[in-house]
Design a protein around this ligand. Sequence first.
Ligand SMILES: [Zn+2]
Length: 348
Amino acid sequence: MNSDLIKLGLNALYFTGLHNLMAQASRGVGVIFMLHHVLADSEHSFHPNKILEVTPEFLDTVIEAVRVQGYDIVSIDEACRRLLVPGNEPPFACFTFDDAACDIKTTAYPVLKRNKCPFTVYVATAYAEGKGNAWWLVLEEIVRQASELDVELDGDLRHFSTRDAEEKDAAYNQIYWSLRRDAQRRQRARVLELADKTQIDVKEICRDKFMNWDELRQLAADPLVTIGAHSINHFALAQLEEQEARQEMARSAEIIGDKLGRYPRHFAYPYGDPASAGAREFRLAADLGFASALTTRKGVLFTEHAGHMTALPRVSLNGSYQSRRYIDLYLTGAPFMLWNRFRRLNVA
Ligand SMILES: [Zn+2]
């Protein structure tokens, strides 16, 4: 569904007041927000990953909106405690940042610190080592630099003209989705081959964009910060053999424990959608002893989630929806109740 259509639906929900009628049933006991990058607004004409970015001003707005609505902002540990042992407490909100990008330390952290806002950063360890292939950012750079590209998509050799922003957007989307659906190791090999042809240094992009262990160690020293695991290579785990999926989850936590001196108790599934994390991954995360594991399935938290701690839904703070109105709407839970067809759990 495109974002204009979704906005139309969200606005209809808001301006009819339906969300307030639904709120009593749909609000739930808490919410986990998901973010990736916090960066000052930029005006690139070609910016396909902009949906993964919000501005520091918007982050401030969200924190304020959440507190005005009576939510406690809590750590992921405290969120788990409140889910498992419900008391007579106000609803809670949790802030989580996937991928541990550099801008979380430089741009998000000052806002979170000023607001005394606890948060969790989920680290994919190959990226912290400077050896990861952040293929979605590499592809962005390839398409930005190239004026034409020859790419094999699903068995056909395709020629893309990529001279202006419109052509670049069209090419990026088609190549992105072909790669996103591909077998995980072949996906990375295809991106490496394209990067070689365009003379783009995949490791340099990784080192530029993601925090290294020293930066993570400094951030982790603040009691506001929790570090969680996000696998080693950021593969869609459900696409791997079970042994490899288990290894990606278990080893990433061990590496983080070795490097930062504290073994992470929480996990976030890379991509986190049903094609990347399903029943097998939920079981693996529980077997490995994670106290929680987060998906990107949409939703707020209900008391029933206490029985599904390794399949928790989140609310994505997406760069295309940076408005206070949407935050107020999300907190009612109404859009997700409709999205999930009135099911409080979406774990199948
Ligand atoms: Zn991620």
